[in-house]
Design a protein around this ligand. Structure first.
Ligand code: PLP
Length: 400
């Protein structure tokens, strides 16, 4: 008999956090590690946002807030949906939580019973399947039919939906692939959802502001207003506004479902941090030009990293349209042997040996449900990107 619950024994530690931890330990031990494994923007939070937090502290905005968030922030979120997505939401359809992560947890706890299935297209953000399992549901992984674009097709979605499906979890732009669904791809998926009225859509739009090549971000309910009554949009300020540590995310969905999430949150964290909520309010209501600057800069780094990786013998890298990740294939180097004598059989061993031999931290694709790939975060300095890719090239050229 074990003291630990079945639920906790079903989940694994986050692979991205463990690799970053290992990289930090090696750095502390004096090794010069190039860390391409985290999911953090490398910018600082904008000054006006930091100042808003300082003012909030000085104004004694330091008490518990309403569970679903301060009314000013919920209103600002409604205005954001109107301004950027042309979607109408009322404050009663919005919940503010401790990061997008808590919005997802609230939604799963509030909706999943034993045996309920959640469709998760691979490659997926590492946390999704574990969150679903922790909340009693069953993750059902949809494989991409084409490993060059990593997107779920309507045919695969229709094939995998079962009477037990409760949610489709769609993340565009995607962590880890950067894949960004265009309007016609979303139209196809939306049609499949319309045919299956028992399936809800969880649209994780957290990388909304990081879309390149002049592509325009779209979310399914813009195209299918009739899906609004069974869609929860998850978003937040973490990625777009460089505010990961502030822990503010939000959800938008039918009022009765937001109320159920409010019940869960009320018994869990009470509310998101009051000071961080005032900071998020400034992020949404203050000048938005910073988003353009970040986007331009990320796009240049994406171009650089894709070119550098594709010049390496044995590595193939697609050109994603969003987020700040690339997800290259290392399939061609599997089966080769490193100078240490170690056989590289798969992506886990590729990432371990790369860290060992060349001190570059990347995350193996298996952690995201798609082996023989690895994830690189390009929200790091251009110098680190160049140095990291140079080391990967040296690593690959030494394999026999
Ligand atoms: C796809 C995706 N969704 C949600 C989140 C959660 O973000 P946060 O909890 O910082 O708002 C992340 C963070 O890495 C993510 O990559």
């Amino acid at each position: 008999m074990t003291f630990l619950s079945d639920a906790v024994r079903r989940i694994k530690p986050s692979a991205t956090l463990s690799i970053s931890q290992k990289a930090r330990e090696l750095t502390a031990a004096g090794r010069s590690i190039i860390i391409l494994s985290t999911g953090d923007p490398d910018y600082s939070t904008p000054e006006n946002v930091k100042n808003a937090a300082v003012s909030a502290i000085q104004n004694r905005e330091i008490k518990y807030t309403a569970v679903a968030g301060i009314p000013q922030l919920r209103r600002a979120i409604c205005e954001k949906f109107k301004r950027e997505n042309n979607l109408e939401y009322n404050s009663s359809e919005i919940i503010v939580s401790t990061g997008g992560k808590q919005v997802l947890f609230n939604a799963f706890i509030a909706s999943l019973n034993q045996g309920d299935e959640v469709i998760i297209p691979a490659p997926y953000w590492v946390s999704y399947p574990d969150m679903v399992s922790l909340c009693g549901g069953t993750p059902v992984i949809a494989r991409p039919s084409n490993e060059d674009n990593f997107k779920l097709t309507p045919a695969e979605l229709r094939r995998i939906i079962s009477p037990k499906t409760k949610w489709l979890l769609l993340n565009s732009p995607c962590n880890p692939s950067g894949a960004t669904y265009n309007r016609s791809e979303l139209l196809g998926l939306g049609e499949a959802l319309l045919e299956n009225p028992h399936v809800w859509l969880l649209s994780d739009d957290i990388y909304e502001h990081l879309v390149y090549d002049n592509a325009k971000f779209a979310t399914i309910v813009q195209l299918f207003p009739e899906l609004r009554k069974r869609t929860l949009i998850v978003n937040g300020v973490s990625k777009g506004y460089a505010m990961t540590g502030w822990r503010i995310g939000y959800g938008a969905g039918p009022e009765w479902f937001i109320k159920a999430m409010d019940l869960v949150q009320g018994q869990q964290t009470s509310s998101a941090c009051s000071v961080a909520q005032w900071a998020a309010l400034e992020a949404l209501n203050g000048p938005q030009s910073i988003l353009q600057e970040y986007r331009r800069d990320y796009e240049q780094r994406r171009n650089l990293v894709v070119a550098l990786l594709n010049s390496i013998d044995g590595i193939r890298c697609h050109r994603p349209q969003g987020a700040f990740y690339v997800f290259p294939s290392c399939r061609l180097v599997a089966g080769k042997t490193a100078p240490s004598g170690r056989l590289i059989r798969n992506d886990d061993e590729f990432a371990e040996e790369l860290l060992e031999e060349e001190s570059v931290a990347v995350v193996p694709g298996s952690a995201f449900g798609l082996p023989f790939h690895f994830r690189i975060t390009y929200s790091v300095s251009v110098d680190d990107l160049r140095e990291g890719c140079m080391r990967i090239e040296r690593f690959c050229s030494n394999l026999r």
